[in-house]
Write a protein that binds this ligand. Structure first.
Ligand code: G3P
Length: 214
């Protein structure tokens, strides 16, 4: 399973990259706004640190405006993946530009039916938002399971990018469902490594080592 960071914070991205586990980065306007940088600069800086796919989100609302915006974002760096919303306008944009080898991440996906349409349009990635589904009283992970089953059944090559992850159990369940990618805040990434029993075990071995005569 590929692990992405869902952040625009360069320090977090550098730290994860240094650990060697960073397969990609997803951003959105909310995350970039927190960094107080120009949009294009923020994306270019992230692409310099992370060689994997880096999602940059379009903000246009019509097909006519999304097409030039997607082309512009795709030129920011070779590893940019253009994010468009799962709307009629977004799907039309994917269908029109995927043949130009622009890679798309269709975002704000909340159902398996929407994910089928993203795959048929030619998206490289689809991003179901499981945390927001859970927040609304739905079962976000069931949507991931359904999408993975459907994609396997029909041989769709679109990668399932599990998004809106809130805790490590989301990552575990997405992996069990067969999702290709989990994108998560740095705090969740950090929690994948830590385990209280590991810390206690390290401490105990150190304490016992000190008792060994030298
Ligand atoms: O990648 C999508 C993600 O940023 C949404 O997460 O926590 O705002 O639902 P959240």
């Amino acid at each position: 399973m590929k692990l992405f960071l869902d952040t625009a914070n360069l320090n977090e991205i550098k730290e994860a990259a240094a650990l060697g586990f960073l397969d990609g980065v997803t951003t959105n306007p909310t995350l970039i706004a927190k960094e107080k940088k120009r949009f294009d600069d923020a994306i270019r800086e992230i692409c310099d640190v992370c060689s994997g796919p880096v999602s940059a989100e379009c903000v246009s609302e019509t097909y006519e405006a999304l097409v030039p915006e997607a082309r512009r974002l795709a030129k920011l760096a070779p590893n940019v993946v253009v994010k468009v919303p799962l709307t009629k306008e977004g799907l039309k944009t994917v269908r029109a530009l995927a043949p130009e080898r622009i890679r798309f991440n269709v975002t704000l996906c909340f159902s398996a039916n929407q994910a089928i349409l993203a795959a048929k349009a030619g998206a490289a990635f689809v991003s179901p938002f499981i945390g927001r589904l859970d927040d609304a009283g739905h079962d976000g992970m069931q949507v991931i399971r359904d999408i993975c089953l459907i994609y396997r059944t029909y041989g769709y090559t679109t990668e399932v990018l599990t998004a809106s992850i809130r805790h490590p159990l989301h990552v575990l369940e997405a992996a069990k469902a067969g999702a290709h990618i989990a994108t998560m805040p740095f705090a969740v990434f950090d929690k994948l490594i830590s385990h209280p029993l590991t810390d206690a075990g390290v401490q105990r071995f150190l304490d016992d080592y000190r008792k060994i005569p030298r």
